[in-house]
Write a protein that binds this ligand. Sequence first.
Ligand code: SF4
Length: 205
Amino acid sequence: MVKKEQDPALPVMEHFYTLQGEGFFQGQAAYFIRLGGCDVGCVWCDVKDSWDANKHPLYKTADLASIVKTTPAKIVVVTGGEPLMHDLTELTLQLKDSGFRTHIETSGAHPVSGTWDWICLSPKKFKAPLENITGLANELKVIIFNRSDFDWAEKYAAMVGQACKLYLQPEWDKAAEMTPLIVEYIKANPQWQLSLQVHKYIDVP
Ligand code: SF4
């Protein structure tokens, strides 16, 4: 956890205005802030450049909020990396003061900081979530890389709240193999929904 300062700086790998490609808000415009730093170590990670926080420039939280304000964005998605490796209290204060909805995508492997309108929990076998995040999740998104991930998904579905949305998403490189299995799984277990990485199909970041 990064020590809280008055106007803390966070390592930012990239930031961009695009459409949310995944999950409940799929298709909606959103400003993405991808923070550097991750110690989860997923073998299939598609953003391994994010892992080393020291490789990425530091941005003051007030400056990040100012950048987002130059766009018509209503939603800001903070992702990573694993964004909860950092204290996000001040960032979310700045974003909410500016009128944005604050969304986070996290593995849940570090304590929650910040004030969030939407928490997407994506638990990873490589470093399991901390227990107290499951009750806070608005959305559970499990990446299906192999068949055993369905059991992993059910384990966390049993831990989240009743209103939490449940998504299964094929790992991108395994999509041809896993998507048909996911389709059959959802037909048999209709509490789940399919999440596709639509941004990759329409070629936006
Ligand atoms: S948690 Fe996300 S950023 Fe970290 S290794 Fe896994 S997929 Fe990559």
